[in-house]
Design a protein around this ligand. Structure first.
Ligand SMILES: Cc1cc2nc3c(=O)[nH]c(=O)nc-3n(C[C@H](O)[C@H](O)[C@H](O)COP(=O)(O)O)c2cc1C
Length: 335
């Protein structure tokens, strides 16, 4: 009998634990259909950004009068509507179309940092047919008077505001840069998150040496990046009753197996699909199936969390003990 790959994420019953993370490929109907055919169990739409929504309700000319306003600056990074998914109305329309074209759950994505009128789009995404919502909070605190406590309150307040406006499940995608990641995770859950998507990649601007301007830089991930979310999912699994998704650095079947062992309900992929094509989805799933059969696991449910910190024979491996071991066992050559 072949292994049962089904899992539950955000209350959604999925045929397997491989989900396509937020990216433009899920919003294009033909690529979404291919991703489903290759075996993806659910798809997260690319984000609709707070700035895009606010932009829609302001006159562009007025906006540019603000000149150096950081909001206008953020806006200048968006491609034209024709090139990408910009435009809240076309985004909602794309959700409805996707729901008709595929059977897999569609998770809409909102991306912002502050409570405001734009949050009403959460409800509109629900009304357009989204099965769940992912809220990506990407906040860079450049104001030096802002404390960690202020930043955290901002996250928590935003989650509570979005949660209030929808009845579909809510996942929250955040980065790892909190002094107490575990406490922050708990507070996001207390504020209403049904799931946590760990971790957002904070892309750093590069410098253009010709124009002498900072320029946005998107580099695809490497498998090494998976170790940070892997550790935190293992730590959180036994302590929080919440759905967990691993994103960043998952590139192959081994990555998905590790994510599940740590305690993730699903693993999310983007970079590897861009690099290897959609056939990578089927490859990862068959690798998972083969490994489970070889190790005599009957179901994904059975292996989920079996290497979480709580279930691990050596819990210190997730703490300082691991750091000391790594340093003392290093045998690099000095040339
Ligand atoms: C081209 C591209 C577009 C992305 N767009 C979004 C987005 O709109 N919203 C979001 O939350 N994450 C976005 N991401 C981040 C991915 O969802 C994912 O979290 C990240 O790429 C790490 O996963 P990976 O290692 O499988 O690439 C994007 C990533 C890429 C490469």
């Amino acid at each position: 009998m072949s292994a049962d790959l089904s899992t539950t994420y955000l209350g959604l019953k999925l045929k397997n634990p491989l989900v396509i993370a937020a990216s433009p490929m899920t919003q294009k109907l033909d690529s979404l259909i291919t991703l489903e055919e290759k075996g993806a169990a659910a798809a997260v739409f690319p984000s609709l950004f707070e700035e895009q929504i606010e932009h829609d309700s302001l006159e562009l000319t007025k906006l540019h009068e603000f000149g150096t306003d950081s909001f206008a600056e953020a806006l200048s990074y968006f491609p034209e509507e024709d090139d990408y998914h910009v435009g809240p109305e076309s985004y909602l329309d794309a959700i409805s179309k996707a729901k008709k074209a595929v059977k897999i759950p569609i998770i809409a994505s909102l991306n912002g940092t502050s409570k405001g009128g734009w949050v009403r789009y959460a409800k509109m995404m629900q009304d357009a047919g989204a099965d769940a919502l992912e809220l990506n909070i990407y906040f860079i605190a450049t104001d030096l008077t802002m404390t960690g406590r202020d930043v955290e309150a901002r996250y928590v307040d935003l989650v509570a505001a979005v949660k209030q406006s929808v009845s579909i499940p809510l996942a929250v995608k955040v980065g790892p840069y909190f002094s107490s990641m575990g406490n922050m995770a708990k507070r996001l859950v207390d504020a209403g998150a049904n799931g946590l998507v760990l971790f957002n990649r904070f892309l750093q601007p590069d410098f253009d040496l010709e124009t002498l301007e900072p320029k946005p830089k998107l580099v695809l991930s490497t498998p090494f990046e998976m170790l940070l979310p892997l550790r935190w999912i293992a730590i959180l699994r036994g302590q929080l009753k919440v759905s967990l998704a691993l994103t960043s650095g998952l590139h192959d079947a081994a990555g998905l197996i590790k994510a599940l062992l740590a305690g993730a309900d699903v693993g999310m992929v983007v970079s590897t699909v861009y690099e290897e094509g959609s056939s990578q989805i089927a490859k990862i799933l068959s690798g998972l199936r083969e490994w489970m059969e070889e190790k005599e696991y009957e179901s994904v449910e059975q292996l989920k969390g079996s290497m979480s910190q709580q279930n691990c024979a050596d819990p210190a491996a997730f703490e300082r003990g691991n750091y000391m071991k790594a340093l003392t066992s290093f045998t690099g050559k000095f040339i």
